[in-house]
Design a protein around this ligand. Structure first.
Ligand code: SF4
Length: 457
């Protein structure tokens, strides 16, 4: 029970939308494929055909596994929203794969969500007492029930009022037969961007999906903003005067693709700067710099550049195994490391290594990598982490679950060093991490500090 109390809802997802695009399902397929790193459990696309009818296809698995040519052809239309989903426990299964589709007398609509609503239980209780029936265990459905409770109010008014009742982190896409609404939480915790493609628009969790679909970046959806996309173009509405710029630091550190720009700051450039700063604050006598593939390679290149040490490919990753961080159980995670990474003996043997990683969550991966490098002949392994120690759970939709699973939650850096078996260990400070994104003055660092920007209920 204690374990569950400290758990978040374990999802980190990606959303994509296309408005007024020929074969919107196919464009969404490409967009979702480029967001695959945000969720691999399931995916779906809903389109609106020229006759105003909704079409949906979804399934469990990767985008390329779920969608075949005939599935895309079964979703005609020029407007679409799509979703890639990740979930670890309780929330699996096809019922929870999005987008959700709702029939309602005030007009049908589809909905896709990335993030986590912190007052979900209170809102679900309230809605069930008012007669709502939930079809999934995902809190994403809550917004739909809040919207439909507003009956015949104009849809935008219903959406703005419903969003005002939600606490937490979210990027929502809502599609009616005439328009797409792109909504972002008032803290700005989850990213959401709009791109232009000729006279059409696309919306996505990351800018890499704009590139993949031939769109150019137009703007970010601002915190607390709802952008309505329809035949009139883009129209902006705000649902709250309280707005912050608390973008999730883990989007920069780990989640997002290096070619994505998040609120004006490129992810690769950010990571590279964390590596440079790591060398300045924690230099060490060594022969080579090795990064843990893939998300730490940018930071490793920054460390190598700043130190003048050669960057070497001392670890190789199998391309065909999912990310260790998002395997569903401890047993799978233990197995996952070996399936995924191997040390290159001819490179690491007899060498003193600076090993760069983006973060340490449970410590399982770090311990195995350090021992793998030693087994391959490394004489010293100095670990440098391009973010602060993770000491608290995330309640905003990222799989950083409970205190007991976090190696740094109740241990000193020296104790963690001993547990992972490194010769030395250093974490970048929060200040240096934030300073690595020159375009930002603030971010959410709650899993590093316990200072949560929202109410937690
Ligand atoms: S608590 Fe951590 S993972 Fe969660 S939103 Fe904040 S920075 Fe991101």
């Amino acid at each position: 029970m204690e374990d569950l109390e400290f758990r978040g809802l374990h999802e980190e997802c990606g959303v994509f939308g296309a408005w007024h695009v020929a074969d919107a399902a196919r464009i969404s397929y490409y967009g979702l494929h480029s967001l695959q790193h945000r969720g691999q459990e399931g995916c779906g696309i809903v389109t609106v055909g020229d006759d105003g009818a909704f079409h949906r296809y979804k399934g469990l698995g990767l985008v390329t596994e779920v969608f075949k040519d005939e599935n895309l052809r079964s979703c005609p239309g020029s407007c679409a929203i799509g979703h890639v989903r990740y979930s670890t426990h309780g929330g699996g299964g096809l019922d929870n794969v999005q987008p959700f589709y709702f029939r309602h007398y005030s007009g049908d609509f589809a909905l896709a969500h990335n993030g986590n609503i912190t007052n979900a239980r209170q809102l679900t209780d309230f809605l069930e007492r008012k007669g709502s029936l939930f079809h999934s265990t995902s809190d994403s459905e809550i917004l739909a029930h809040l919207v439909t409770k507003r009956g015949n109010e104009p849809r935008i008014t219903a959406i703005l009022e419903a969003l005002n009742m939600l606490e937490g982190a979210f990027a929502f896409l809502i599609m009616t037969k005439n328009r797409i609404y792109a909504c972002r939480d008032k803290y700005g915790l989850r990213p959401l961007v709009i791109g232009r493609r000729g006279d059409s628009y696309v919306v996505a969790s990351e800018t890499c999906a704009l590139e993949a679909t031939g769109a150019t970046f137009l703007r970010d959806v601002d915190p607390g903003e709802v952008i309505c996309i329809d035949a009139h173009g883009l129209r902006s509405n705000t649902y709250s005067r309280f707005r912050r710029n608390k973008m999730c630091a883990m989007e920069y550190i780990y989640f997002s693709r290096p070619d994505s720009d998040i609120e004006g700051c490129n992810v690769h450039a950010f990571r590279k700067e964390t590596g440079r700063r790591l060398f300045r604050v924690a230099p060490v006598e060594a022969d080579i710099v090795v990064g843990v593939p893939d998300s730490s390679l940018s930071a490793a290149s920054g460390y190598a550049e700043e130190s003048g040490l050669p960057y070497e490919m001392g670890l190789v990753k199998s391309k065909y195994v999912g990310r260790t961080f998002i395997q569903p159980s401890q047993e799978m995670r233990e197995l996952g490391v070996k399936m995924k990474l191997s040390a290159v003996r001819s490179i690491v043997s007899g060498r003193r290594i600076v090993l760069i990683d983006d973060s340490i969550v449970r410590g399982t991966t770090s311990r195995k990598i350090v021992s793998m490098l030693r087994e391959a002949g490394a004489t010293e392994v100095h670990v440098r982490i391009a973010s602060p120690p993770i000491t608290h759970p995330c309640y905003y939709g990222v799989d950083i679950s409970c205190y007991d699973e976090l190696i740094s939650a109740r241990r000193s850096v020296e104790e963690v060093r001993q547990l992972i078996g490194a010769d030395s260990l250093f974490f970048l400070s929060k200040e240096d991490t934030l300073a690595s994104a020159p375009c930002r003055s603030d971010m959410c660092f709650a899993c590093f500090t316990g200072d949560y920007p929202t109410a937690l209920y």
